[in-house]
Design a binder for this molecule. Structure first.
Ligand code: A3P
Length: 299
């Protein structure tokens, strides 16, 4: 982790913001991490703000699309998702590109963030509470998805070029962006019953998307007709979303990558050796035992 440097932030470096490890290219340019740190610390929420929060690779983009469509009565647009639902931690980047500037987004602001419960903006001048929708996914599939995504960032000159075996260890130890899966998910799980928090799981969306869309719409006080719920579920199925992949493409410099890859539950089986599985059970899954938090690892 590098905190200070002369000149530009480049390559694979990580920086730390408020205890969080994030890729240095988020603050690419010359100003370093302080600006982002101040931005997050001083961020003023509004009562109609909606944060879509997750540990990376847990279905964030999926929820961004669902929630945008809930707010837009099932409209299907070709606009890039980050123009519609900006990414909080990318807000101070001088290379915003297609990422919208939160300061210019009209209310109600729908925003994506990977921040932990303890540091996500909560302050509001009028005391009114904004809403948080947290999406969690079984950590074995998260690790595999994270590996592929990090490798795909090589087209930006920022990606990981090591083997899966080593990445899986970085993941278990929390030596990846946004730290340890366990801490993140458990921090939010403790608040699952707060009236302004909705805790969802990727695997439940895979099992029955219309019911999860309905649940989310009701939580947001946007009850929708069954027709619109079914339309949103169809448009937001993996097939529906892959019809126009350019909406979920991230572009930097000369490179680009798509956030949609395989979209299944259980891909981990193609990557986990019995040894890795054992280590995962011991170091990741045993930590959530007794918390009531459980995941499906296949459907
Ligand atoms: P895979 O890499 O396993 O395919 P995030 O948006 O948090 O970065 O998560 C990305 C993961 O969510 C990717 O997982 C992506 O394919 C999956 N995903 C995105 N939209 C989806 C959808 N409509 N249905 C199922 N999975 C989806």
């Amino acid at each position: 982790i590098i905190q200070e440097r002369e000149g530009e932030w480049t390559s694979n470096e990580m920086i730390e913001i408020l205890g969080f490890r994030i890729p240095a290219f988020f603050v690419y340019g010359s100003q370093g991490p302080e600006l982002l740190c101040d931005f997050i610390t001083n961020f003023q929420t509004k009562s109609d703000d909606v944060f879509i929060v997750s540990y990376p690779k847990s279905g964030t983009t999926w929820m961004q699309e669902i929630i945008w469509q809930i707010y837009n009565n099932g409209e299907n647009t070709s606009k890039n998702i980050f123009e519609r639902v900006p990414f909080l931690e990318f807000s101070t980047s001088p290379i915003l590109g297609e990422f919208a500037d939160i300061a210019k987004v009209p209310s109600p602001r729908l925003m994506k963030s990977h921040l932990s419960y303890s540091i996500i903006p909560k302050g509001s001048s009028d005391g009114a509470k904004c809403k948080y929708i947290y999406i969690a996914r079984n950590p074995k599939d998260v690790a595999v998805s994270y590996f592929h995504f990090t490798v795909s960032l090589r087209s930006f000159g920022n990606g990981y070029n090591g083997p899966w075996e080593f990445f899986s260890k970085l993941f278990i130890d929390g030596n990846v962006g946004w730290n340890k899966w366990n801490d993140h998910v458990q921090g939010w799980w403790k608040h699952k019953d707060d009236p302004n928090v909705l805790f969802l799981k990727y695997e439940d969306l895979k099992k029955d998307l219309p019911s999860q869309v309905r649940l989310t719409a009701n939580f947001l006080n946007k009850p929708l007709s069954e027709d619109i719920i079914n339309r949103i579920a169809e448009q937001c199925s993996f097939n529906g979303m892959t019809k126009d992949l350019s909406r979920y493409t991230v572009r930097f410099n000369e490179g680009q990558t798509s956030i949609l890859r395989k979209g299944v539950v259980g891909d981990w089986k193609n990557y986990f050796t019995p040894e890795l599985n054992e280590r995962f059970e011991k170091e990741v899954l045993s930590k959530i035992e007794g918390t009531g938090l459980e995941f499906d690892f296949e459907l």
